[in-house]
Ligand binder design. Structure first.
Ligand code: SF4
Length: 359
């Protein structure tokens, strides 16, 4: 297969926004080692390959969500035995952020199980953003859909990132969620982008979707006018009491392939290895890093599901020779990295021109 036509010449720093299903499926079908090799090439054009960004995620309002996302223990539609909690006090959130910083996180993400943040809670959310920023941490929130005005209010408070996942392809979406439309999701992402907040958006694998669905979801993200700065790729955590609790396990290699394709399509984005790490071996996580994942959540909990202990992550990083980015802004020196890589490219065989490669 001639892969040259599938790959993008990133040496000009231009990103591609017109992916089509055929070309993305061809990437998915590449021999594994070729796919990983191309993903590494894309990754090294824009990032230090031995650095990973670390965030911590706190649930600031838990459970009783009116949405019916079939994977989610926080949905009020399913009985998962989850303890519901109202919005946490601002000071309690700030104390958790201090702990996250001490454990090595550089970004603090706050998640609330809402359809849309209630107006009466907005001042508290703004105070949380303010307090967490004062600790020197980047801030991220995931609160459901956002109107333009809400996105602007959060941006004004200084919010750095907003997470709103597409979850899956538009075609498969109605199998997973019926209470919120795909276009509402896209509208929220557009509102976030227009407000100037960095966009964090990705999906969940292992919900019964096809490879074409994974490709289609990545196309939605990569064909946006600007790629999301952060692309979380989650492995489904099968929670008892949710409709997906007994679904077939996702194959680890299929998961790595999706990370690699995401990195080739959106090479400048941080691809986050998100939920599901608890059920992955160190070797599978290492393969994900090799495929271009360069962001993780630290901490023993992800909203309501388990995550590896921070100390386990640090041990794995040490084994792999990985260090962490200090902050997004500090380390998002992509033009600098690109320049350095481009100059290395001429003298170092680790870097070769993907556009002339064929297998
Ligand atoms: S994923 Fe979010 S929107 Fe969906 S049920 Fe869970 S908390 Fe609600």
């Amino acid at each position: 297969m001639d892969t040259a036509s599938l790959l993008v010449d990133y040496s000009t720093n231009n990103l591609k926004h017109d992916w089509n299903l055929d070309s993305v499926l061809q990437l998915f079908e590449l021999p594994f080692t070729d796919l990983i090799f191309f993903a590494q090439q894309s990754h090294r054009m824009f990032f230090d390959p031995n650095k990973v960004q670390t965030s911590t995620l706190l649930s600031i309002k838990t459970g009783a969500c009116p949405e019916d996302c079939k994977y989610c223990p926080q949905s009020g539609h399913y009985n998962t035995g989850l303890k519901k909690e109202k919005l946490l006090q601002v000071q309690a959130v700030i104390e958790e952020a201090k702990k996250a910083k001490a454990a090595g996180a550089t970004r603090f993400c706050m998640g609330a199980a809402w359809k849309n943040p209630p107006a009466k809670e907005m001042p508290y959310l703004q105070a949380m953003i303010n307090g967490v920023k004062q600790l020197g941490l980047e801030t991220c929130m995931t609160l459901g859909t956002l109107t333009k005005n809400q996105a602007t209010a959060l941006a004004t408070a200084g919010l750095d990132f907003y997470n709103h996942n597409l979850d899956t392809s538009e075609e498969f979406y109605s199998n997973i969620i019926t209470t919120r439309t795909y276009s509402e999701r896209l509208q929220t992402l557009s509102n976030v982008r227009q407000s100037g907040i960095n966009v964090c958006s990705g999906g969940i694998l292992g919900m019964g979707e096809s490879v074409a669905d994974r490709a289609s979801m990545l196309i939605q993200l990569a064909n946006m006018p600007k790629h999301p700065e952060s692309v979380p790729i989650n492995m489904l955590v099968k929670v008892k009491g949710t409709p997906l609790e007994n679904i077939k396990d996702l194959d680890g290699i299929d998961f790595v392939r999706t990370i690699a394709v995401a990195k080739i399509m959106m090479p400048k984005s941080y691809v986050r290895l998100s939920a599901g790490r608890q059920q992955m071996t160190n070797e599978l996580q290492a393969l994900c890093f090799v495929a271009g994942a360069n962001s993780i959540f630290l901490g023993d909990k992800l909203l309501t599901t388990k995550n590896p202990e921070a100390s386990e992550d640090m041990q794995l990083f040490k084994k792999l020779g990985i260090t962490t980015f200090s902050t997004f802004n500090d380390n998002n020196k992509q033009s600098e990295i690109t320049t350095s890589v481009t100059s290395k490219k001429n003298s170092n065989k680790l870097y070769y021109d993907a556009t002339t490669a064929s297998v």
